[in-house]
Design a protein around this ligand. Structure first.
Ligand SMILES: Cc1cc2nc3c(=O)[nH]c(=O)nc-3n(C[C@H](O)[C@H](O)[C@H](O)COP(=O)(O)OP(=O)(O)OC[C@H]3O[C@@H](n4cnc5c(N)ncnc54)[C@H](O)[C@@H]3O)c2cc1C
Length: 411
């Protein structure tokens, strides 16, 4: 496997041992770049192994550019799905609007793909050759001594590191330890999301993303390889004043919300009990006034989750990881300066992404029929030449020029 488009690791004056809690998207991306800059990253993840299954994500923008710098694009394209159409249907299955994804590819110059989140994570992780990863072990406590940090690990041991980075997602434990409870930083967008994968579901409508929406609730499906189908549910919190706890309660709630909704909802629900892994979470954003505290910093969803509504959380997580590693390299051991530059470079950009995502929220599950019709009209307009391109371009524009840290590397 080709791993590096950057020269191999270098001798730095201040080689640091850096603990990264979370091996999803941001974690292994950060580890990859830190190793290239001559540091010693160690990955921890509470899962016993790299997470599999889950949902499919759209991947483009700066994340795609960073994957390219890491030499990953050809392997990602092998695992990708090139979805051709996004189609909305009525309760009886009649198509009301449809969006041809050719426009996405034109606007991004072909640098756009859909891929299982777990496949993206796996490809990044596989590239982390020689980097220590401890699955089934996580950081449970941090003692910041000023000159270094002592971490208490879930296996009861204690270990000394120079820095610790929280890459442990929306519900980050490192954030709670260093900055306080999640509710201080979380904004619930007003939606919940659930997803699961089933084998042998028909119809499949290959390479189409098909969805049925009624006010406040949407159900979608997309056919995957090996006869699997992914189902995605997005619904307003008015259907669930309290988040259910535990898989049984989550499945019960999905039954209550979607039963008798029409289209294929009942057929899908009737098979939900076959599944023992349902992804269920609230759709939230994280906004933090400061991204680092002493020798602790955050990256990815842990620091600036934009939510699925942004449609580029993985790319943003990779961007943060790339910039954090680059700033640590630039500052050559001065982590405080590096953490400041990291936040200064990206915070405003991410706030704009988060604000844009909130504006987009109504398109997923509009709260009334009027906005549902408006959404369908908008989807259909994307097929109109010139106008369609303009509409799509506003969603795909990126205002960030990735800094080029690679020039600083010495062999
Ligand atoms: C339904 C859905 C659809 C989405 N669609 C898109 C899309 O189309 N495009 C897109 O780019 N993004 C999309 N996203 C967002 C994207 O998945 C996230 O933004 C991205 O995965 C964030 O990466 P991360 O590495 O920060 O966190 P994660 O990918 O969540 O990884 C966090 C890792 O930390 C580990 N962990 C958690 N807690 C601990 C702990 N206490 N100790 C140790 N390890 C821990 C987890 O096991 C996991 O491996 C979607 C999200 C959802 C939910």
């Amino acid at each position: 496997m080709t791993r590096n488009t950057v020269p191999g690791s270098i001798k730095v004056r201040h080689r640091m041992k850096i603990a990264i809690n979370g091996c999803g998207i941001a974690g292994p991306t950060l580890a990859w770049w830190l190793q290239k800059y001559g540091h010693e990253p160690v990955l921890f993840d509470q899962s016993p192994a790299l997470r599999t299954g889950g949902y499919v994500i759209d991947f483009w923008g700066t994340g795609y550019d960073i994957a390219d710098k890491m030499g990953l694009v050809s392997s990602l394209r092998e695992d990708a799905y090139f979805i051709k159409k996004v189609r909305a249907v009525t309760a009886s299955g009649r198509t009301t609007s449809s969006l041809n994804t050719r426009g996405f590819h034109e606007i991004t110059n072909g640098r756009y793909l859909s891929i299982a989140r777990s496949d993206l994570s796996k490809r990044i992780y596989q590239a982390c050759d020689g980097i220590e990863a401890r699955f089934g072990t996580s950081v449970v406590n941090i003692q910041d001594q000023g000159d270094n940090v002592t971490l208490e690990l879930s296996d009861g041991s204690h270990e000394l590191f120079d820095l610790v980075i929280g890459a442990d997602g929306l519900h980050s434990h490192i954030r709670t330890l260093a900055f306080g409870p999640q509710e201080h930083f979380e904004t619930h967008t007003g939606f919940y999301v659930a997803a699961f994968v089933l084998p042998g579901y028909y119809p499949r409508d290959e390479l189409e993303y098909v969805s049925h929406t009624q006010p406040g609730r949407q159900i979608s499906r997309v056919a995957l390889r090996d006869d699997q189908t992914l189902f995605l549910f997005i619904f307003s919190k008015r259907f669930a004043p309290h988040q259910p706890v535990g898989e049984e309660a989550e499945k019960l709630l999905l039954h209550q919300i979607y039963e008798n909704m029409g289209w294929e909802a009942d057929a899908i629900l009737s098979r939900m009990d076959e599944v023992d892994q349902v992804y269920f979470d609230r759709v939230s954003q994280i906004r933090m006034p400061t991204w680092a505290q002493g020798r602790v910093a955050l990256v990815g969803d842990a620091v600036a989750c934009a939510s699925l509504l942004a449609g580029e959380g993985t790319g943003l997580a990779m961007t943060e990881a790339y910039v954090l590693a680059g700033e640590l390299h630039n500052a050559d051991g001065d982590h405080a300066t590096a953490f400041q530059s990291y936040q200064a470079r990206l915070q405003q950009y991410l706030i704009l992404k988060q604000d844009a995502a909130l504006k987009f929220a109504g398109l997923f599950a509009p709260e009334n029929w009027f906005w549902l019709v408006v959404r369908d009209v908008m989807l259909n307009l994307t097929s109109v030449p010139i106008l369609g391109k303009k509409l799509l371009a506003s969603s795909f524009q990126s205002d960030l020029d990735l800094p080029s840290y690679g020039t600083l590397l010495k062999k």
